[in-house]
Design a protein around this ligand. Structure first.
Ligand code: SF4
Length: 159
C-alpha cells in the first residue's frame, strides 16, 4: 500500500528500519505512551507478526502510531493482525488504533469483505517480493520519511 520497492527491499533482506531515526521516534512514543499500561498488555508473536500490546482479558489489540494523520495502511496492518489471530483460532478479537500525537483512537474490526481482500493482498505481496527485479521508486512525499531514502536517492534531489 505504501511502496512496492520498500516491500521488496525489506523482504529481500535489506532492512534499514533499525537505523532509522523515524522508527526510533516511534519506539519512544510507544514507551512513553504506555509506560503505565505495560502490565495490562502482553507482547504476542504469532504467524509472522509481533503485537506489542494485546489485552488478553478484553481480546483487544492496541496499535500505537506516531503519525499525525490517520492512514488506511495503519488500518489494514491492524486488520491483518486480527486475521492472523483468527486463523490461529483466537476468535472475537478487535483492534484499537491509537494516535498519541492526535489524541485520537479508532476501533478496527475484521469484516468478511476484509478477509477476502487480505487473501488478494497476500497474493499480490507474494508476486512483488518474489519478483527478480527491485521495483521502481515510488517518488512521492512518503519517501522523505522512509528509512530507504538515502538508499533510493543518494546523489539525487527530490522536487
Ligand atoms: S524512499 Fe520512496 S521509493 Fe524508496 S523505498 Fe522508500 S518509499 Fe519507496
Amino acid at each position: 500500500m505504501i511502496c512496492h520497492r520498500k516491500l521488496w527491499l525489506f523482504a529481500n533482506g535489506m532492512g534499514m528500519e533499525h537505523s532509522s531515526e523515524i522508527v526510533y521516534e516511534g519506539k519512544l512514543i510507544h514507551e512513553h505512551s504506555y509506560v503505565k499500561r505495560s502490565e495490562k498488555f502482553e507482547e504476542v508473536t504469532l504467524g509472522g507478526i509481533k503485537v506489542d500490546y494485546y489485552d488478553k482479558k478484553r481480546k483487544v489489540i492496541h496499535e500505537v502510531k506516531k503519525s499525525d494523520k490517520i492512514d488506511t495502511a495503519h488500518e489494514w496492518q491492524l486488520k491483518y493482525y486480527l486475521y492472523v489471530f483468527e486463523n490461529a483460532g483466537i476468535e472475537g478479537v478487535t483492534g484499537i488504533l491509537e494516535y498519541p500525537k492526535l489524541r485520537r483512537t479508532s476501533e478496527v474490526i475484521l469484516s468478511e469483505r476484509d478477509r477476502e481482500e487480505i487473501i488478494i493482498f497476500e497474493k499480490e505481496i507474494s508476486e512483488v517480493i518474489h519478483s527478480e527485479q527491485c521495483p521502481d521508486k515510488t517518488e512521492t512525499k512518503i519517501c522523505r520519511n522512509c528509512s530507504y531514502y538515502d538508499f533510493c536517492f543518494s546523489g539525487e534531489e527530490m522536487d
